[in-house]
Design a protein around this ligand. Structure first.
Ligand code: CP3
Length: 345
């Protein structure tokens, strides 16, 4: 049995303190990151294992976090399918040849992760010994099939995901073909990360909440489950993260994962009751609260801890996190204060 709090929480074991890590904890809000970023592009950093390793460690060195997440992004995996990806400063991701026709789906390739995302697997192997020395576990991750499909079809970020939904309704056979290909890529990628040394896996389904329950259940859920069933061969705990999906937690709770990560739009205790205590729960501070005066941030943090206690008096199975990724201009001092506070409660 591990004595690492984050791993124990994922197995519903009591912990010496409530584990905390923050989604997208490495990034532009950190001065050390911005300094490195002046010299390299995002994709250069992701694709150079030594740099990815360094960035993974930046938040670990700055704050007393309970887990590290490998530095990468959800989108490079799409390059292995034949999509051309770039990140445009100030605009975000851009895909030069998005999926617009059914024939585009037929052309998508399934490439082994050892070929198309070897850099991230190498970064995992490189960073593990450094983290082991600090007794910090490493999280590997992937985008979920729907969230990846939305980038592949829209060609970038989107507010309403309209092209994605239009494709889904107009071409059901090709939608299923697309989701099937994506679920194989995602499953293989997660499994390869576990085999390279990731001790936990997280699936980011950031845009699943743009769907209603009926479509999520029929057109998306089976493919997340397919990716999970491949990844489970890695024998490490899996966390599924989504936002805006609290209205169908009773569907999501059927995923064969160890933990669900929820957003701030529902009380944590209400969500955990729906999910059931056979799953661990992660969340759910609004990332904007890291911009609030400390008294407000503290009160809302305490409120989340109390809600966890309403379900598990010793908070076993609870991992403190944000309800979505940390925001770009977050003050580092507030991050430090939050992490120290949660660990002492
Ligand atoms: O410590 C970490 O967690 C960092 C690793 C990480 C990144 N992206 C690096 C990154 C992780 C886990 C992600 C996940 C990711 N990427 C998601 C899912 C999580 C979420 O927040 O919803 C999504 C949807 C993406 C796609 C993506 N990547 C977008 C839309 C953008 C542009 C907008 C933005 O936040 O800048 C990125 C760029 C990106 N990925 C940055 C980082 C650190 C900013 C990069 C920079 O310019 O330096």
């Amino acid at each position: 049995m591990s004595n690492i709090p984050f791993l124990r929480a994922l197995q519903h074991q009591p912990t010496t303190h409530t584990p905390i890590w923050l989604m997208r904890q490495a990034g532009r809000y950190m001065l050390t990151y911005r300094r490195l970023r002046e010299k390299y592009s995002l994709l250069e950093m992701v694709k150079t294992p030594e740099l990815a390793c360094e960035v993974t460690l930046q938040p670990i060195k700055a704050f007393q976090l309970d887990a590290a997440i490998i530095f990468s992004d959800i989108l490079p995996l799409l390059e292995g399918m034949g999509l051309k990806l770039e990140f445009i400063t100030g605009e975000g991701p851009h895909i030069e040849n998005p999926i617009r026709e059914t024939s585009d789906v037929e052309k998508l390739r399934i490439t082994p992760p050892e070929e198309c995302v070897a850099f991230t697997l190498a970064a995992i192997r490189l960073v593990r010994p450094e983290l082991d020395a600090l007794k910090i576990p490493l999280i590997g991750f992937s985008g979920a099939p729907f969230t990846l499909a939305s980038y592949a079809i829209e060609g970038g970020s989107s507010r309403d995901h309209l092209l994605t939904k239009q494709f889904m309704y107009a071409h059901p056979d090709h939608w299923h073909m697309l989701m099937d290909k994506l679920s194989q890529m995602v499953g293989n990628y997660l499994l390869a990360q576990a085999q390279a040394g990731a001790q936990v896996l997280q699936i980011f389904d950031s845009w699943a909440g743009s769907l209603g329950r009926v479509d999520y259940q029929a057109l998306v859920f089976p493919y997340i489950q397919k990716a999970i069933s491949i990844a489970r061969n890695g024998n490490v705990p899996i966390i599924y993260f989504s936002t805006g999906t609290n209205g169908f937690l009773n569907v999501i709770r059927e995923l064969e994962v160890n933990a669900l990560s929820i957003d701030w739009r529902m009380d944590l205790d209400t969500a955990w009751k729906i999910i059931g205590t056979n799953k661990a729960i992660q969340g759910n501070l609004d990332p904007a609260l890291l911009f609030a005066p400390w008294s407000i941030l503290q009160k809302q943090t305490e409120n989340i801890l109390r809600q966890a206690e309403n379900i598990q008096p010793d908070r076993r199975g609870f991992i403190f996190n944000l309800g979505h990724g940390i925001l770009q201009k977050t003050p580092e001092d507030n991050v430090k204060r939050l992490v120290d506070f949660v660990k002492n409660q």
